[in-house]
Structures are given as structure tokens and as C-alpha cells.
Design a protein around this ligand. Structure first.
Ligand code: ATP
Ligand code: MG
Length: 566
């Protein structure tokens, strides 16, 4: 078998799963974000896809296959030809027609639906595909954790009624819980924002891990969970004295750290006055966003305020006559949106609209005309839960799945309607639900490895058992190994047989690296007593058994391991 293992950490790998996927001979890079899957890696991916298939079929999903090459017109109908920007790979054919290599398939599905679905009798439907998608990611990362060509399971639900639509969503949610549990992943389901997919309510399946590119926020006490972008935290109480407004010479840089050091106070006493530019029909308009010095503005939350971007330093100078770090809405009539956490706060410090000067004693209600208090701040360390008041935990996580309630966004844009019971034509209610196949594999490696290598869960391991002979020159021992190999194969166990004539040390190292959960070790020393060793990769435990008992013992061990992820 072709398993090109490597002793050393490859230079291009930054995170453990990437390093191990290369060292264990699962994947090889072809170009940035483009990989080949070698036999061992492909076996794992196929097992993941099989689990996904079983659970999708269980909820009534029907597998189909859609093209990767998709005509521009279909994306132009919904506007995503333009919205997707550089992330969409585009190609031109010999007749100068434009195509996209599909990054996702809502448009293609909606096109099938509008041609074929006529009446409520044709609904509901759940259609899914497991296939390659293309995204020209800005920063491909972690091997196939974030690739540019990758396999996704994507499913789409089509419903006639709101109840049916909710049901399809919940069926997927339950299926995803079963899928990720079977994959041996510990995950959290967090509510998130729809982003470019549209749709109001979406949830992400997140695997906590230090290498995750997403951040999740959850309560250590109650059920509160959310994506970092939209989570709400209650800032710690900071009681400050109400003082008159006073201008202070602050001859330091304007950053939160420098100003709080200058005043010898905590960042929370600072009022960050951020000048943004709102693009309206009549041109650009400055607006102020206010958060306290311990918090940042959430780019996702401010989407509700319109088309905003931070003002450039030139614009700040032009409008305010001072530099970033020394500005505030005090004394101006620029519209102000303040974070709800700021309501009633006093004794604050903010810019005085003059370089090297700040105001202290700012009472927000008294000194600033706030148009609206609204939720615009990102959660910060130290914030507490909006539901129960306990401490919030902020943690990195890997997004492995995402479920969207699309509603009628695509069916309306593309005219996918059906004739309802009441004789009226209505847009189909849709949902879309994705799982990253490679990313799931990488999340498994990331959460199932030790310093020696991967430790596969039984459900996705490329082989269930590894048989290895430490003394391939010993004829008797090889006979026993051959026999065990055949016996296990007869019981439908997937066995990899390491009969290479390399040193025992190298073999044992490789065996640990590729992570097959049960290893049968046949060595002369132990064999003298008619015994073989069973090594449990996860715990390093070695059990000696009589060779004639070995097959039954192995079957039992596998069964126990399987039960643990069912
Ligand atoms: P991300 O925020 O990580 O870019 P996304 O929100 O763009 O993900 P979706 O469009 O919801 O992702 O795709 C569904 C699933 O496909 C994701 O949950 C993830 O598991 C997987 N996925 C998305 N982009 C990639 C990629 N570039 N490489 C590998 N898997 C990916
Ligand atoms: Mg993305």
C-alpha cells in the first residue's frame, strides 16, 4: 500500500492537523489550497461521506449531482455574480461565454425547482449533493481546513408551508447532531449571521479548538451560545462619579492603551468615538459609533445601520479638525449610535476634537446627543451572559457545518413558485445546509491526536485494525500474522497488514503516526509464550492475549469503540 509517511514536520504546515495529514500520507499539496488525496486520506474522506449519506438518507434526503461549471446568467439573476467578488472562480469558454466554478449551488437548485416543481403536491423535497466546490479563498490555510477546491455536502430543502419549512430545518439539525456525533466530534451549535447566503436565522456547528478561525461565545452556566460576531455580553459594572466636563492635555498617542495608562484607569472608562461613513443616495454622510474602550464594534451587527465603513484618516481630519484618537461627537451635530451598554454611563473619557486633548467627566446623556442606543459591540473578555449573568466563555472553534433558513430569497429572485391548495402561486420556502467534508476530517485530526500522531475514532479510521510483525524474518510469526489478517478479513474487519521488512522501531513509529486505533503487534519475545499483543492506540495500553483468542478479543474492542460514538 502507498502510505508515504514523513518523519519531519513539513515546512508549510502551521497547525497540527495539517502537519499530521501530510506526515501520515493522507494528502499532498498541488497548489495553494489545492490538494491530492492519497489512498489513506481518501479512505477517511469516504467514510465521512458515507456517514453523512446514511444520515441524510434517514431524513428523506435524495442524493443528486450538480455541475461545477455553471453559466454566469444564473448567478446574475440573483446578483451573486457581482456580490461574490474575487472568491468566485470564473472561466470563459471558447465562445466567450462566462461561467463560474460553483462555490455553492443555491442558484442551480432553484433553477431545477422552477422548471420541475409545479404544485404543492410536488413538495416537500430534500436534495443533496456531495461534491467539489471552488472558492478562491483570500487565505487558504491548514491544508484542506480552508482549501480552494474542496468537497462539500450541501443539501437544499423545498417546502410549501412554514411548518414544513421549519420541519425540514429541524430534520437537518437533528441529522447534523447525529453526523458529528458519529464522527467523534465534540461540537457546539451556535446562532450566527447569514452573510452572503441571506436568510435570517442560521446556526453553525462549531468544534472548539485553538486553531479554529471562528470564535464562539457561550455561557458556562446556562444554554446561551452565539457566534462571536453577533453575541451579546453584559460589561462589568463600573460605577464612576459624575463630574463636570473638563478638557485635559494628553500628550501621548491616542490609542486606548496609551490614554488609559495616562489617566491611570481601565479601558472601560474610555469612550471610543469611531467615525464611520454612511453611503446614502445623496452621498456620503459621517456618523459616530460609540463603544467603551474595552469593546470593539462588530462589523456584522452594524450591517443593520446601513452601508457603513470606517472613515479614512483624511476624512477624520477634514470633518473633525483632529486626528483619530482625539475625536468625539461632543459639540458636533453628527448622528450618533451608541452601544446599549453605554446607556446612563458617566465619568467617561473621550476625544476633545483637538489633537493631544481629551475630555474627562463625560456624562453620555448630558453631553452627547445620542440618536439611538443599539447593540453594536462585540463581546469582550470579562463580559457576562445576557441570559443568566454568569461568566461568558470566548473560545476559538472550527466551523464544520452551517444550516440556513433561506426563506424565499432565491425562489423569489428566480421565480421558483408552486401552485398552492388555494389555487394561488407562491414562492417555494427554502433552506440550505452545508458540511465541509475535508474540514470535518481536519477537525477530527485536530481533536484526536497526541505527540506521536493521529488517533482515529473507529467510525472514520482508514482501517480498523493494523497487524504488524516486528520480526518479518521469523517464519512461524509470519504464519500467525497471515492467519490473523485473514481471519479478521473474514469477519469483515478492515485490516492493514504492515509486513514491511524495516526495523521494528520505524514500523512502530509509523503505526502510531497513521493512527489506526487497534494495533496487533507480533514480536518474537511475546510469541515465545504463544501470545500476541493488542495495543490500543488512544491509551497506549498493551494487552497480551493467546493468539487463538485474539480475533474475538479484537472484535470486542472494536465493538466497544463503535458504541462510544453511536
Ligand atoms: P467559512 O466561514 O469558514 O469561510 P463559510 O461560512 O464560507 O465558512 P459555508 O458557505 O457555510 O461556509 O459552507 C458550508 C461548510 O463548508 C462550512 O461549514 C465548512 O465546513 C465548509 N467550508 C467552507 N469553506 C471551505 C473551504 N474553503 N475549505 C474547506 N471547507 C470549507
Ligand atoms: Mg467562507
Amino acid at each position: 500500500m502507498f502510505i508515504p509517511t514523513l518523519k519531519e514536520k513539513p515546512r508549510e504546515a502551521e497547525i497540527p492537523s495539517h502537519t499530521l495529514a501530510i506526515r501520515a500520507g493522507l494528502i499532498r499539496m498541488v497548489a495553494s489550497g489545492v490538494y491530492s488525496y492519497l489512498p489513506l486520506g481518501w479512505r477517511v474522506l469516504r467514510k465521512i461521506m458515507q456517514i453523512i449519506r446514511e444520515e441524510m438518507n434517514r431524513i428523506g434526503g435524495q442524493e443528486l449531482l450538480l455541475p461545477a461549471l455553471t453559466p454566469a446568467e444564473i448567478w446574475q439573476e440573483t446578483g451573486r455574480w457581482y456580490e461574490y467578488g474575487k472568491e468566485m472562480f470564473r472561466v470563459r469558454d471558447r465562445k466567450d461565454k462566462d461561467y463560474a466554478l460553483a462555490p455553492t449551488h443555491e442558484e442551480i437548485i432553484t433553477d431545477i425547482a422552477r422548471r420541475e416543481i409545479r404544485s404543492y403536491r410536488d413538495l416537500p423535497q430534500i436534495w443533496y449533493q456531495i461534491q467539489v466546490k471552488f472558492r478562491d479563498e483570500l487565505r487558504p490555510r491548514g491544508g484542506v481546513m480552508r482549501a480552494r477546491e474542496f468537497i462539500m455536502k450541501d443539501s437544499y430543502s423545498l417546502d410549501a408551508t412554514v411548518e414544513g419549512w421549519q420541519r425540514s430545518y429541524n430534520l437537518h439539525r437533528d441529522a447534523y447532531i447525529r453526523i458529528f456525533t458519529r464522527l467523534g466530534l465534540e461540537f457546539k451549535i451556535v446562532s450566527a449571521s447569514g452573510g452572503i447566503m441571506g436568510g435570517s436565522e442560521t446556526e453553525e456547528f462549531m468544534v472548539p479548538s485553538p486553531v479554529g478561525e471562528d470564535t464562539i461565545v457561550y455561557c458556562g452556566n446556562c444554554s446561551y451560545k452565539a457566534n462571536y460576531e453577533i453575541a451579546r455580553g453584559i460589561p462589568p459594572k463600573l460605577e464612576l462619579e459624575d463630574k463636570p466636563l473638563r478638557k485635559v492635555y494628553t500628550p501621548v498617542g491616542g490609542s486606548v492603551e496609551e490614554i488609559s495608562r495616562f489617566f491611570d484607569t481601565v479601558p472601560q472608562q474610555l469612550l471610543k468615538s469611531l467615525l464611520y461613513v454612511k453611503q446614502t443616495d445623496s452621498g456620503k454622510q459621517p456618523i459616530f459609533l460609540l463603544v467603551d474602550g474595552a469593546h470593539d464594534v462588530s462589523e456584522t451587527k452594524i450591517l443593520k445601520l446601513g452601508d457603513l465603513r470606517p472613515a479614512t484618516s483624511d476624512e477624520v481630519k477634514e470633518w473633525m479638525g483632529a486626528s483619530i484618537g482625539y475625536i468625539s461627537p461632543i459639540g458636533t451635530d453628527i448622528p450618533v449610535y451608541a452601544d446599549i451598554g453605554l446607556k446612563g454611563r458617566k465619568g467617561l473619557i473621550t476625544g476633545a476634537n483637538e489633537d493631544l486633548y481629551h475630555y474627562e467627566g463625560v456624562n453620555i446623556e448630558r453631553d452627547i446627543k445620542v440618536n439611538e442606543y443599539t447593540d453594536i459591540a462585540k463581546v469582550a473578555p470579562g463580559d457576562s451572559c445576557p441570559q443568566c449573568g454568569d461568566k461568558l466563555i470566548i473560545e476559538s472553534a472550527i466551523e464544520v457545518g452551517h444550516i440556513f433558513r433561506l426563506g424565499t430569497k432565491y425562489s423569489e429572485a428566480m421565480g421558483a413558485t408552486f401552485l398552492d391548495r388555494d389555487g394561488k402561486n407562491k414562492p417555494i420556502l427554502m433552506g440550505s445546509y452545508g458540511i465541509g467534508v475535508e474540514r470535518s476530517m481536519m477537525a477530527i485530526i485536530e481533536t484526536h491526536h497526541d505527540e506521536h500522531g493521529i488517533v482515529w475514532p473507529q467510525s472514520v479510521t482508514p482501517f480498523q485494525v493494523l497487524v504488524t510483525t516486528l520480526n518479518p524474518e521469523n517464519y512461524d510469526l509470519v504464519q500467525v500474522a497471515d492467519n490473523l489478517y485473514k481471519e479478521l478479513m473474514k469477519r469483515d474487519i478492515e485490516v492493514l497488514y504492515d509486513d514491511r521488512s524495516t526495523s521494528a522501531g520505524i514500523k512502530l513509529k509509523d503505526d502510531d503516526l497513521i493512527g489506526i486505533p487497534v494495533i496487533l503487534i507480533l514480536g518474537e519475545k511475546v510469541w515465545r509464550d504463544g501470545m500476541v499483543e493488542i495495543k490500543i492506540r488512544a491509551t497506549n495500553e498493551r494487552i497480551k492475549v493467546k493468539h487463538e483468542m485474539c480475533v474475538d478479543k479484537v472484535l470486542n474492542i472494536i465493538k466497544e469503540m463503535q458504541d462510544a460514538t453511536q
